[in-house]
Design a protein around this ligand. Structure first.
Ligand code: 13P
Length: 248
């Protein structure tokens, strides 16, 4: 049984004070959510949000991390620090990190391994660009991302892996993939998982959809058999709207 997961990626938004206000507003609104609810604030707001979320059903994730435990990596954040703070999830390989910070599948693979090594639950993002979709190579791109980012992880507890399918052309554009398209690609990702993680994990791994998810389209997405939840950007910045999505 795959428990639905609704995660909010706050991206580079909300000061620590604003983040605290947002999580506090969210707490009563999502307390009866059947889905697992996760919020991912910026690093500097993690501490306040973690404290505020204590004792509630809201779980907390980071938006990125470096793959090394410590050392001369100015400006980077270690999985050891996240774990020490009781952060539970970490988004890895988001398309914005691939696009603006040139993260490769190989680097993301190291991050996934490091997250699992330290007991963090990775939310691995994959997705094709508009150009790739128009060229008809969506499945090649996604297949390669899944296989490379999840390579050589057999030694870890892979039950904690979550995958998010976020077509780049649907992020922040108001243009959602149709529920059929999202379901088809997520079904394809599940087939790929069978090859890299094995049959059992492919059936049990949660695969989310992300890209212009709103309270008005969440229900139809969640009705699709392969879609196990959502990774929400813009609409997660408003407590009432995100709560409506979380309790869809
Ligand atoms: P939007 O919901 O703003 O399209 O962003 C999606 C996303 O990138 C979540 O990680």
């Amino acid at each position: 049984m795959r428990v639905p997961l609704i995660a909010g990626n706050w991206k580079m938004n909300k000061t620590p004070k604003e983040a605290l206000e947002l999580v506090n507003a969210l707490k009563p609104l999502v307390q009866n959510a059947a889905a697992e609810v996760v919020v991912c604030p910026t690093f500097v707001a993690l501490s306040d949000v973690l404290k505020a979320a204590e004792g509630s059903n809201i779980k907390v994730g980071a938006q990125n991390m470096y793959h090394q435990d410590s050392g001369a990596y100015t400006g980077e954040i270690s999985p050891v620090f996240l774990k020490a703070m009781n952060v539970e999830f970490v988004i890895l390989g988001h398309s914005e990190r691939r696009q603006y910070f040139l993260e490769s599948n190989e680097e993301i693979n190291k991050k996934v391994a490091s997250a699992l090594k330290h007991g963090l639950k990775p939310i691995l993002c994959v997705g094709e660009t508009l150009e790739e979709r128009e060229k008809g190579i969506t499945f090649d791109v996604i297949g390669e991302q899944v296989k490379k980012c999840l390579a050589d992880l057999q030694q870890y507890n892979l039950e904690d892996v979550v995958v998010a399918y976020e077509p780049v052309w649907a992020i922040g554009t108001g243009r959602t993939a149709t529920k059929e398209d999202a379901n088809e690609v997520i079904g394809f990702i599940r087939q790929q998982l069978k090859e890299v993680l094995g049959e059992k994990l492919s059936v049990n791994t949660r695969i989310l959809y992300g890209g212009s998810v709103k309270s008005s389209n969440i229900r139809e997405l969640m009705e699709m058999p392969e879609i196990d939840g959502a990774l929400v950007g813009g609409a997660s910045l408003d407590a009432a709207e995100f709560a409506k999505i979380a309790i869809y």
